[in-house]
Write a protein that binds this ligand. Structure first.
Ligand code: CA2
Length: 149
């Protein structure tokens, strides 16, 4: 089982500002957390981060035939990008949306998630732990799918 973990714009700046919203740990700490989670769960993984919408679309497309599922935090593109929504629909892989913060309790412009429309689950407001829940959810979802097919 292989998962692509995809992070959007500015997540590489974690820890530098807005610690009350996103925490004090930096992006390297997030990557270590994801790595530890996947290794413990015996899941193959690749982590990506890009600040560019088209590059995120390319990464999602490259998941086709190369991954079994996607964990994605599209960051600000969550609320604007039909291109990312279409890419997720195009590859038709089970995807889980993650947000460090609880976007439902924030500004009006964060209330819409385009990417979420192509995801089987959203985890929000749990910080790094949200990635662990998303990874473990996909693991059990994919294992169930395997039994049924
Ligand atoms: O809560 C999340 O994970 C978000 O996806 C994070 C995005 C935000 O635009 C979404 O609405 C919710 C922001 C990514 C990181 O932004 C930073 C801002 C200041 C300092 C460091 C990172």
């Amino acid at each position: 089982m292989k998962l692509f973990i995809i992070n959007g714009p500015n997540l590489n700046m974690l820890g530098l500002r807005e610690p009350d919203i996103y925490g004090r740990q930096d992006y390297a700490a997030l990557c270590s957390f994801i790595e530890r989670t996947c290794k413990e769960a015996e899941i193959e993984f690749q982590i990506f981060q890009s600040n560019h919408e088209g590059e995120l679309v390319d990464i999602i497309q490259s998941a086709y035939k190369n991954a079994d599922g996607i964990v994605i935090n599209p960051a600000a593109y969550t609320h604007t990008s039909v291109a990312i929504l279409d890419a997720l629909k195009a590859v038709n892989l089970p995807a889980v949306e993650v947000h460090l913060s609880d976007i439902s309790k924030r500004e009006d412009f964060r209330q819409i998630s385009y990417a979420g429309m192509a995801c089987i689950k959203t985890v929000k407001g749990l910080g790094f732990e949200g990635y662990r829940q998303a990874i473990l959810f996909l693991k059990s979802y994919l294992n169930k799918e395997k039994v049924q097919s």
